[in-house]
Design a protein around this ligand. Sequence first.
Ligand SMILES: [Zn+2]
Length: 267
Amino acid sequence: MPELPEVETVRRSLLPLIGRTIRRVDVRLPAAIRTHRPVQFAKVLAGKSVRKVERRGKALLISLSSGWVLVVHFKLWGLLRFSAEGIRPDRETAVIVHFKRGGDLEFRELQLSTIELYKQRRLPRIEYLANLGVDPLSAEFTKERLWELMQRRVAVRALLTDQERIAGIGNLWAHEILHAAGLRPGRQAIALTLAEVEGLHQAVRRVLRSGIARGGEPEFSDALERKGRVRLAVYGRAGQPCPRGDGTIVAARSGGRPSFFCPACQH
Ligand SMILES: [Zn+2]
């Protein structure tokens, strides 16, 4: 599932599209578009140019001329791919945006992920965007803010992945962060000490930043098809040695989702 580091990685790989103008749009899987019929969608996009590419939580926002914004809401899976030579569609191709003077942007492998098209002024009324919590890489995400967020009787893993409190962290990166912080996923948020919350705050920033620097998790690739180079410490690594060399990663389930930790260094 693309999370903050992956969406930020794909955002950065799309920055060269700024200033380019859309020639036409080919909708191959109409169900991927939630706000428009394919013909309307293509009609709105034709002739618009790319102004900005932003991320909010796990959503990618591509702002176009005339006040339109394409919102890619990543859920289970989804990839964007740009090719200067053009894209040859296959059965995973949902939409291809053809640019003037060459180059195609493909939206593909959309598993529950959606493409929506809105006028900029409508964005504050889009429920998912309006309800997003603090961005963990923003200046507002201070250790005091995290301490306040932690004052709840829920597992710390559930709190880190609650998009209405902290935006962008999903199950994979929550586990990597908790390993870096030495905390077990099932710990009650409210029971953490001040020192533990401070350590967690640092781990959130450090792990997400290094995830972005390495292009995200290894199954993901950016719009130029560069693979993620992160070596995961715990997620999906049950039975393998902890990278700290002190124990073996164990798997559990919590809240119906897989959970991983090292019993030796996470408490
Ligand atoms: Zn360990």
